[in-house]
Every structure is written in C-alpha cells, then in structure tokens.
Design a binder for this molecule. Structure first.
Ligand code: BES
Ligand code: ZN
Length: 963
C-alpha cells in the first residue's frame, strides 16, 4: 500500500464500521411462515389522469394456515386498508370446494360458507413501516391446516417514480395532445405498493385480476380478458375481469391501462401429446403508443420464433394462452418479464426501420430473448429467495444467448467479458449473497448476478456437455414448475443427470464444483508454465486480484464489510476453485466447441497439475478454448512470445474469441502487475491486420482504460497519437461508406473504427462529422430530413457537439424532443454530454433535476454518464453529484449507480477522500447499499494504484515508440 493511502484508512474505518454497525441490526424483514397464500382476487382502479392520482382497490385472499396464529401479516407500502371493510372467514376444506367450484368467476362470491364462523377483527389495523407490513390482528386464533379468506378494500396513490402502479404521460404527436397511462413494475418488492399481498417470491398463488378503467382506455394483465362490465355507481367506468392465472410470485403480476395500439404476431401453436383435439395456442401481440406502432415489426417477427425455440429446446411448453409485449415511454429498467405481459423501454422493444442502427436492433433482439427466457427461468421456476437471484438473471442471460445463436445467428458477441474487471477487485461479492432489506435486493441486480451467473452456467454446460446439461435442466424445470428452487436443487438435478450419463464420477457432484464459483467471489488466473525440454506443462491456479482494498486490514474481521461473504466462503478452502482447463496447441489448432471440454481439472486440493504438451520450442499452447471458462490464463514468457509470433504471422489460426481473450487477459494481467505491459502491447501490434470486430473491441476496451487514466496527465497526447496510429489504417481501409451487403459485424467494426478515429482527433474524421452535422442543421426540415446514416449518428453527433458550440448543442437539444424513435433520442441525449463547454455541461446536468426540462426520469442516468464519460465533463459531473446527492431520486441504489458512473475514472487521492467524505455524510442513506458503496471506492483505489505503478512506465513506452 502506498504511504498516502494509509492516511485514508482512518476515514474508511469511520464509514465502514458505522455501516456495519447498522448492518448488524437490520431487522428481520421476512414474513412469518404461519399462513400461505393460495388465491388472490385483486381489483384495482387506478386514476391515471393529472390532478387525481388515487388508487382504489379490493383484495380477497384465500390462504392456508400452516401454524396457528391470531395475526394476518401482509406487505403494504403507502396503502391504507379501509378498516370497516376487513373481514376474515373460514373457507370450506379444499376437497369440498373442489367439488363445488368449477367456474372461475364464482371464486369471489362463494366465500362465506358459514356466516357464524366469521372471525373478529381487532381495530385499528396496524402498520409496521420499517418492515413494510400491514398487520390484521384477530380476536381469536386461526386454526392450523384450515383455509380462510381475508377481504378488504384499500386505497393508495398512483406512484410517479416508476415503481409499483405508476402513472406516466407522453405526447401523442398525431393529435398533439397529452396522453396518460398507468402501468406496474413490481420486481423486486413493489407489488406491495399497489395492493396488500405476501410479497415474497416463494409465496406463490393464483391470481384473478380485475382492472377498473374509463371507457376510452384498454387494460391488460397477465392473463386473457374474460369479460368487461360497466361499474355500478361509476358512470363511464368499466371493470375488466381476467382469467385466473397459473401459480406465480407476486413480483410477476402486471397491469397496464393505456390507449396503446397493437399488432398481432404469428400465434404459437402446439399439439399436445400428438392429440390433435388438445391443440393449444399462444397468441402474441406487440403494443406501443400509436405514433410508434410502425416500430413493432421486428418484435412481431422474432417473438414467435424465440418462444418456439425455447419450448423445443427445454421441452416445456409455454403455459399461457397469450403473451403481450409492451413498449413504454418511461420505464426504470430495460425490461421486465411479467408473466404474459412483458414490459419494455421503447428502446429495448421498438425498432424504427428508417433510423435503426445495427446495435439497436441487436439490443432489441437481445432483450426480447432475455425476457422470454425468464418465462421459464424465473416465472415457471422461481428462486426461493432473492439470495439466489442469479438463478433468475444468470439463467436468463445465458439462455438469451442460446436463443440468439439459434434464431438470429448473425450477431455474434462477447457477452461475458465485462464482468471480470469488477469481479477481480476485492470489493466484489459472491454470486450467492445474503440479502435482507429491499435496497440490498435491488443492489444485487448487478453484473455478478447477470453476467458472472451466465458465464458459470456456460462453463457448466461445457464441462458437463450440452446433452447432459440440457437434460438436467429439463428435469429441473419439470420437477420444479410452479414452485421455487434453491441453487442446491439445480445442482442436484444436474448431478443426477451427470451420473446417469457418466459424465462425472459418482464421487464428484456438481455442487462440489459449483459451490466454489457461487459461494466465493472472484476467479482464478491459471498459469501455464511449460518445460520445453521434457514436454510437460505445470498448470497452477491462484486468485486473480487487482487493486487494493480501501477498507481496513483484513485481520480485523469485525470491521470488514464483506464479513458475511468471507464467513460463508470460509467453509471452503479460501479462494480456490474447481477449474476446468481446456487446451489446444499449434499442431491441433482445435478451437471447436467440442474441444471446450476440460483436458484437466485443477481443484481446491490440487492447486496445480502437470500434463504433457508439445515439447517443440516453436509451438504454442493456448488454454480456455472459446473462453468458456470463467478464469484468466497466463503463460510462460516463451509461450507468450510464440503466441505473439502466431498473431503476427497468421492470426486467423487462432479463433477470434481466443484472440480477444489473449488481448483481454494480457492487459488485465498487466494491470494486476502479473505480466509486463510490454507483453500486452507487443501482442496488439498485429491489430492493423485484424479484421474481426471481437478482438478489436477487447483491445479498445483495454486501451481506453489507459486513456481514461491518462486524461488528466501531460501524457494524454501520446496516448492519443498511439491510438490514431492503430486505428487510422483501418479507418482508411474500411472507409466511411456502408455497403448494402455488409454483415452486422462488419458494420459494427467500421462504426467502432470511425468512433475511435474521431474521438482521438483524427482530423479528416472530425471534419467529416462536422460537415454532416452542419448539413443536417441547415436542412429546412431537420426533423424528417436527416441524411446521417443511423449507425454513425452517435459518433457524428458527439464529434460535432464536442468541436462545436452553443448552436450545435441547442440544435441537438431541440431535435431530441422531436424524435419518434426512442433510439434517436437516446443517441442525442448521450451526444449532448460531449460538449467541451463547462457551462453547457452544468446546464445539461441541472436539467436532470428540473421536472420541467423534458428529461424523463428513466434518462437521468444516461445524462449523468454521458457527461461523466467525457474527460472534460468528468469533474463537473462529480461535483454536481456531490452537491445534489440527496436530491437525485430517493433510491440509494440508483444514486450509487450514478455516482459509480461519475467516479469510475477518478484516480487521485483527493478524489477518493471526497468520495469517502460523501459516503460518511450520507451514511444513513447508504447503509443498506454497502456493496455498491464499497465497490465505488475499490474502483478508485485500484485506479490510484494503477497510476502509481504504471503511468510512468507506459509514458516511457509511448515515448520509446516515438509517440
Ligand atoms: N428482471 C429484470 C428487470 C429488473 C431489473 C427488475 C432490476 C428489477 C430490478 C429483467 O429481466 C432484466 O434483467 N432486464 C434487463 C435487460 C436485460 C436484457 C439484461 C434490464 O432491465 O436492464
Ligand atoms: Zn432478467
């Protein structure tokens, strides 16, 4: 640790010990286990117009009593039960009711079987604000093993912060009128904001939803509509009653009230068990505001294919008769997998055929695939509790790639690379993590759950073999459908299949292997040290770690933030993994999928192994074929040289994905001081001959890190000159014109070269961008007449705004309000952060806090990160966020996401002190978001350390190369 950082430790101790002190007394927020919900009939009437944002509703909940209790505890936030309306009645036993019940519409009316047994409800009804409970206290005990119905009316308010049942408005361009809509976003813990319920994922029940709406609106819910009835005593209002759902978790319930239009997609038709009479159908509709309805075609096209693929791949049919996909003008996350009613941001569902860039189309397909994957992984089988969130998100992220590779194979991508940087810091966390408070739950919707989760599932697929994996997963889905699962249960199904198929010895199970990946954070670096005389390679694992821990010394466990993670992983040998190592060499050159099976395992007890490889001094070996293993690889010096030589003579011998990983690994190892930077830089000297987007994108990511670190140093000019020397030859060779038969990858590659050339100040690129932008500004009808190719808009706008002034900026700002395509608007919002005028950036940031500015709530983060990723805006953004910390939306996780986007390039001790001060003074707000808070400091500390160790060396390297 460098001496100046030591001084900071004191501060760190203040914050973290405080945080931990709070952490220890976080209340137990779980529901008591005495009652289990079985069926809800929920009626909700949202008032979605301005000046009236009331929600009125009723709930009839049928539940089963597991252990005697005199309290009914449900979740409710900002809801008030109408005290007089609360009743609790016994229900007939299930068998009696089953004999009587054969019609869903009767479920709410046949409740009171024996009036005499009505239970006394004590008043007042009480609320536990901290735990988000409403508690109905009864005069007598509910009996074990019996069923009851609790009924009540309640009222609440339509939210405006994009969660619960929230209202939102948009402008209908055709009629130039304001329109309103009401929609739900419940995951993870916001169903309780819309109706009182047992809001935990394992509390599955069936739902009958009724939605009240005015005549000119349409409503939608998870299931198909059964009937519509006028509301008695409420002129102009109607009840829409929906079919009873399958058993599901509360966070998947969804409602929408809107004036949206839809297009019907091809229905998915299946013939159950070859019996034609039981043919069943899933209807698919894609919804959007009517101005944007032309943009649903892509979704109309791919959704049925994707749904069919998933059914066939896992051999489990989609159980609902319909699924609606809806694009919403204001939406907090990217998309949400509500069962049968999937909601999206406009940018993740809609594609404007006239102005869509390749990247946008790819993203739309990716998000559609992801949410459809959840219909099985998440909806049908749900994690038991949020600590296993990765079972939902990691699986969906893995399966989304399967879907894309099969339905839309033209887009090839490196999905899993990004997480390794964050997971290589000591502030990371295990995939499986204890969470209690809603804030902590929100916090783990992060790259670890999604990307690392997906990466280790892929690793498992490859060491078990696809057939075994698929069969095991199929059994898991079938056994667990409509129920909940823990990760150990998934391991169980996979082990059984692996043993049946003799893929693993009986003495080894999947849990033993996978616990090392899910219960401890981080990952190993596998070092291959060859002996060129005897032909053996010594292969060893060691934890990969970068940067320094910003907190206290490790020995002092009581103050360690990651306490519980460490305790959990202490059941395992510390930071040792079961590592499947696959391998090829320059003779075999086998980069096929089948060669991803492990040639050798490293285990926690055998950290190293030797194996025989080619003895030839001139032939290389390469490990981690197609990068299906979640680890990095280091080689001995000679092998690195041989790989280097291969790249320089004929790089195509090595698969593009492995080329990308050689680059990524070498730069990451260099940043972690395991490998000299010269090795990494030598390796990329071949890049001018590289025509594949994937290796280039990993090089650009690694090099841009150096650029970000250098941006406030005198050496930045050298870095830019170096970057130009790399990209300009490609820029010239590829040109700036797009050909009709360019593949998506070629397009992405060209876009990336143009972006790099312009952002590193290659004059012809800059001039061309300015010219194009000027022409657009001069157009007499700029809204409809924009000749800049959609794929180049992002880089062209950014360059023109960067080198332009107030005029360019204000023109783009005006245009941002006139885009019917949400992608176009996003592109402009990002480019507006490229200005070099401080006052323009300050004004732009101030718009985030001004409700009248026209910046939507969903876009605040985009504006912040646009300004922060501009080197000239970085400090402005940081100052802004420090000044307005508590004004930026209440949710600490969102605030920290913004903070992290503004601090990820900071690299001085003064800045770290400021961050720590900020956290100390906002300790109360942040105390439940410790992981994110810790991470932010860890990233900056790692940057500081990197600067200390590398900035001089790299500067000398650039100088020696003549830059
Ligand atoms: N289940 C999530 C939505 C979500 C995210 C709910 C965070 C609550 C908190 C959904 O399936 C999802 O993962 N959406 C992603 C997009 C996806 C393609 C990675 C998102 O919102 O970014
Ligand atoms: Zn998801």
């Amino acid at each position: 640790m460098m001496p100046p950082i030591k001084g900071l430790c004191l501060l760190a101790i203040v914050f973290f010990s405080f945080a931990i002190g709070e952490g220890k007394i976080l209340p137990d927020i779980r529901l008591p286990k005495s009652i289990v919900p079985e069926h809800y009939h929920v009626g909700i009437v949202p008032n979605i117009h301005e000046n009236n944002n009331a929600i009125e509703g009723f709930v009839h909940l049928d539940f089963f009593v597991q252990s005697p209790t005199d309290r009914i505890v449900m979740h409710a936030v900002n809801l008030t039960l109408n005290e007089d309306s609360v009743t609790v009645n016994p229900l007939p036993s299930k068998t009696m009711e089953m004999m009587r019940e054969n019609d869903v519409s009767k479920t709410s009316s046949n409740a009171i079987s024996e009036k005499s047994k009505v239970l006394k409800v004590l008043r007042p009804i009480s609320y536990d604000i901290e735990k988000e409970f409403v508690i109905i206290q009864l005069g007598s005990k509910l009996e074990e093993n019996r069923r009851y119905r609790v009924s009540f009316n309640y009222s609440g308010i339509l939210a405006s912060n994009l969660k619960g049942f929230y209202g939102s408005e948009y402008l209908d361009k055709k009629s130039d009128t304001k329109r309103w809509l009401g929609v739900t976003q419940f995951e993870p813990t916001s169903a309780r904001l819309a109706f009182p319920c047992l809001d935990e994922p394992a509390m599955k029940a069936t739902f009958t939803i009724s939605i009240g709406r005015r005549s000119n609106y349409t409503s939608l819910s998870n299931m198909p509509l059964v009937k519509t009835e006028p509301m008695s005593n409420n002129e102009g209002w109607f009840w829409d009653l929906y079919e009873k759902s399958v058993p599901m978790s509360t966070y998947l319930v969804a409602c929408l009230v809107s004036e949206f239009a839809f297009r019907q997609a091809r229905s998915v038709i299946r013939i159950a068990d070859g019996d034609r009479s039981t043919q069943n159908v899933t209807e698919i509709r894609i919804w959007a505001r009517s101005d944007a309805i032309e943009q649903v075609d892509r979704a109309v096209q791919v959704t049925p294919d994707m749904l069919e693929f998933l059914e066939q791949y896992f051999q489990v049919p989609f159980p609902l008769p319909k699924v609606d996909l809806v694009g919403l003008p204001d939406f907090s996350s990217g998309a949400m997998e509500n069962w049968g009613l999937i909601t999206y941001r406009e940018t993740t569902l809609l594609v404007n055929p006239k102005s869509a860039a390749v990247r946008d189309e790819m993203n739309v397909e990716r998000v559609i695939a992801h949410e459809l994957a959840h219909q099985w992984f998440g909806n049908l089988v749900t994690m038991d509790w949020w600590n296993d969130l990765w079972l939902n998100e990691g699986f969906a992220t893995y399966v989304q790639r399967l879907v894309l590779d099969n339905v839309s194979p033209k887009y090839q991508a490196l999905d899993f690379l990004s997480v390794m940087d964050a997971d290589g810091l000591e502030s990371s966390h295990a995939i499986s993590v204890d969470v209690a408070h809603p804030t902590q739950i929100t916090e783990i919707f992060d790259a670890i759950s999604y990307t690392k989760g997906a990466a280790i599932i892929r690793m498992m697929n490859d060491f078990l073999g696809e057939a075994t994996f698929r069969e095991g997963v199929k059994n898991y889905l079938n056994e667990k459908k409509y129920k909940n699962a823990r990760q150990d249960e998934l391991w169980q199904f996979l082990s059984e299949q692996a043993h049946r198929d003799s893929v693993l010895p009986l003495s080894l199970d999947v849990k033993t292997i996978m616990d090392t990946w899910t219960l401890q954070m981080g990952y190993p670096v596998v070092t291959i040290q060859r002996n060129y005389t005897d032909g053996y390679a010594y292969i060893q694992q060691k934890r990969f770690l970068r940067g320094v821990k910003p907190t206290v010394a490790k020995e002092d466990k009581s103050l360690s933030l990651t306490n519980f993670v460490e305790e959990k992983s202490s059941q395992l040998p510390n930071y040792r993994w079961w590592v499947p190592v696959s391998l090829t060499d320059s003779i075999a050159k086998n980069f096929s999928q089948s060669n991803t099976r492990p040639a050798i395992w490293l285990t926690p007890n055998e950290l190293s192994a030797t194996m025989s490889v080619d003895k030839n001094e001139n032939s290389w070996v390469i490990a981690n074929i197609l990068a299906t293993g979640y680890y990095r690889v280091n080689y001995d010096e000679r092998n690195w040289k041989l790989l280097d030589l291969q790249l320089k003579t004929d790089h195509q011998v090595i698969h593009p994905i492995n080329r990308a990983y050689l680059i990524d690994d070498s730069f990451a190892l260099a940043a972690a001081e395991i490998l000299p930077y010269t090795t990494a830089f030598n390796l990329i000297e071949y890049l001018p001959h590289e025509n594949h987007h994937v290796p280039w994108s990993s090089a650009i990511k690694a090099l841009n890190y150096i650029g970000r670190m250098f941006s406030y140093t005198k050496n930045h000019g050298r870095y830019k000159a170096f970057m130009r020397s790399l990209v300009v030859p490609l820029y010239i060779r590829l040109g700036t014109e797009f050909q009709p038969d360019d593949s998506p990858l070629t397009k992405l590659f060209r876009i990336s070269m143009i972006t790099q050339a312009c952002s590193h100040e290659f004059r012809p690129c800059v001039r061309k961008a300015q010219l194009l932008f000027d022409k657009w500004m001069d157009s007499s009808d700029p809204i409809n007449d924009n000749k800049i190719i959609p794929d180049l808009r992002s880089s062209t706008y950014c360059t023109a705004i960067k080198y332009g002034g107030q005029l360019e900026w204000e023109f783009a700002w005006r245009m941002s309000f006139n885009m019917t395509s949400a992608h176009d608007r996003d592109v402009i919002l990002s480019a507006l952060g490229c200005s070099r005028d401080p006052w323009i950036l300050i004004r732009y940031l101030s718009f985030v806090l001004d409700p009248k500015s026209g910046i939507r709530k969903q876009d605040g983060r985009r504006v912040m990160s646009a300004v922060a990723s501009n080197p000239g805006g970085r400090r402005i953004a940081f100052q802004f966020i420090m000044k307005h910390f508590d004004e930026i939306f209440g949710n600490p996780v969102r605030v920290l996401q913004m903070l992290s986007s503004t601090t990820s390039s900071l690299n001085t001790e003064e800045e770290l002190v400021k961050i720590q001060n900020l956290m100390v003074s906002n300790g109360v707000l942040l105390r439940k978001a410790q992981t994110s808070a810790n991470n932010i400091q860890s990233v900056v500390s790692a940057n500081i350390k990197w600067m200390d160790n590398n900035s001089e060396i790299l500067n000398q390297w650039f100088t020696s190369k003549g830059f």
